[in-house]
Design a protein around this ligand. Structure first.
Ligand SMILES: Cc1cc2nc3c(=O)[nH]c(=O)nc-3n(C[C@H](O)[C@H](O)[C@H](O)COP(=O)(O)OP(=O)(O)OC[C@H]3O[C@@H](n4cnc5c(N)ncnc54)[C@H](O)[C@@H]3O)c2cc1C
Length: 253
C-alpha cells in the first residue's frame, strides 16, 4: 500500500490494484504501520527482549502435559531472566511466547531457521537448559506455527503535530511489549475516544477533534508504555518468580 495527497484528498493505492480517495485516514495498520511515517518520524526503540511466538493446534493431542497444566487459563513462567507465557484458546489450541534477552540484531545473527521447528527446538534446548524438560513439549508437534518478534516500543513522551485529515490508533501509534497485556484494550479505547471526539459537537473542525484525541491518547499510551517497560524488566529480572510468589503472599488490605 502507498499513500499520498491528490487533489486535496488522500489517495491510497493497494497492492491488489484498488485505489481509494479519502477525506480522512485513520491508520490502524499495526506495529509496522506504513502510514505512521506520514505523521511522524519517531523510530521504535528495541526493548532488549525478543519473543518467539508459537501456536499449537489441537493441544490436547499435541501438547497434553502443558495443556493439562494450563487448565484452560494462562501460565506465566519465569526463571533465569527468561519467561514463557502460555495461554489456552477457546478452539483448543495453546499459544505461547518465550521472552529472552537478545541483542537487537539477533534475528540476523542467530542462525536459527524459524521455518524449521527442529532448528528452533535446538535453540530452545540450549537457551532454556536451566528449565524443566517438560517445556520442550511446546515443539513436539508439527501442527504449529512459530514467529520470532523482537519487541519494540515508542518513547513514552512521543509527540507529533496533529494533521487535519490523518491520525492513528493502536499499535501503529504505541507499539510495546505485551507484558502488561494492554495492547488490545488500548487499541479499542483509542477507537472509542477518536469516534467520540469526531462526533463531539463542541469540536469545530475535524482537525480540532483529531488534536484533542491525540493529546489524551498519547498521555494514556505514555503511562501504559512506562508501566509495560517496568513489567518487562521485572519479569525478566533474576529472582522474578520468587518476587512474584512473595507479592502474592503479602497480606491484602
Ligand atoms: C505475542 C504477543 C502477545 C500479545 N498478548 C497480548 C495480550 O495478552 N493482551 C493484549 O491486550 N495485547 C496483547 N498483544 C498486543 C496486541 O496483539 C496488539 O496490541 C493489538 O493487536 C494491536 O491492535 P491493532 O489493531 O493496533 O493492530 P493489529 O492487531 O496488528 O491489526 C492491524 C491489522 O491491519 C492489517 N494491515 C496492516 N497493513 C495493512 C495494509 N496495508 N492493508 C490492509 N490491511 C493491513 C493487518 O493485517 C492487521 O490485521 C500481544 C502481542 C503479541 C505479539
Amino acid at each position: 500500500m502507498t499513500m499520498g495527497k491528490s487533489d486535496g484528498k488522500w489517495r491510497l493505492r493497494f497492492r491488489n490494484g484498488n485505489i481509494v480517495d479519502a477525506d480522512l485516514v485513520i491508520a490502524a495498520d499495526g506495529a509496522n504501520s506504513k502510514i505512521r511515517p506520514l505523521l511522524c518520524d519517531i523510530k521504535p526503540i528495541y526493548s532488549g527482549i525478543t519473543i518467539v511466538e508459537g501456536n499449537i493446534y489441537h493441544a490436547g493431542k499435541n501438547a497434553p502435559i502443558l495443556n493439562e497444566m494450563v487448565q484452560g487459563g494462562k501460565i506465566f513462567a519465569m526463571g533465569g531472566e527468561k519467561s514463557i507465557i502460555l495461554s489456552a484458546k477457546g478452539e483448543g489450541s495453546l499459544s505461547f511466547y518465550t521472552g529472552t534477552k537478545e541483542a537487537a540484531d539477533w534475528l540476523t545473527t542467530c542462525s536459527i531457521n524459524f521455518n524449521d521447528k527442529n532448528s528452533v527446538l535446538n535453540w530452545f534446548r540450549e537457551r532454556f537448559s536451566d528449565w524443566p524438560a517438560l517445556w520442550e513439549e511446546l515443539f513436539a508437534s508439527d501442527e504449529m506455527y512459530i514467529i520470532p518478534r523482537p519487541m519494540f516500543h515508542y518513547p513514552a513522551d512521543q509527540s507529533w503535530p496533529a494533521q487535519p485529515d490523518l491520525t492513528m490508533l493502536g499499535d501503529a501509534a504505541h507499539r510495546m511489549p505485551p507484558y502488561a497485556g494492554e495492547g488490545v484494550n488500548m487499541a479499542m479505547l483509542d477507537a472509542l475516544e477518536l469516534a467520540d471526539s469526531l462526533g463531539n459537537p463542541a469540536m469545530n473542525t475535524v482537525h480540532e477533534a483529531i488534536a484533542a484525541y491525540e493529546v489524551q491518547m498519547r498521555q494514556r499510551a505514555g503511562e501504559v508504555t512506562t508501566f509495560t517497560l517496568e513489567q518487562t524488566e521485572w519479569i525478566h529480572a533474576s529472582g522474578a518468580a520468587q518476587k512474584m510468589a512473595a507479592m502474592f503472599a503479602e497480606p491484602g488490605e
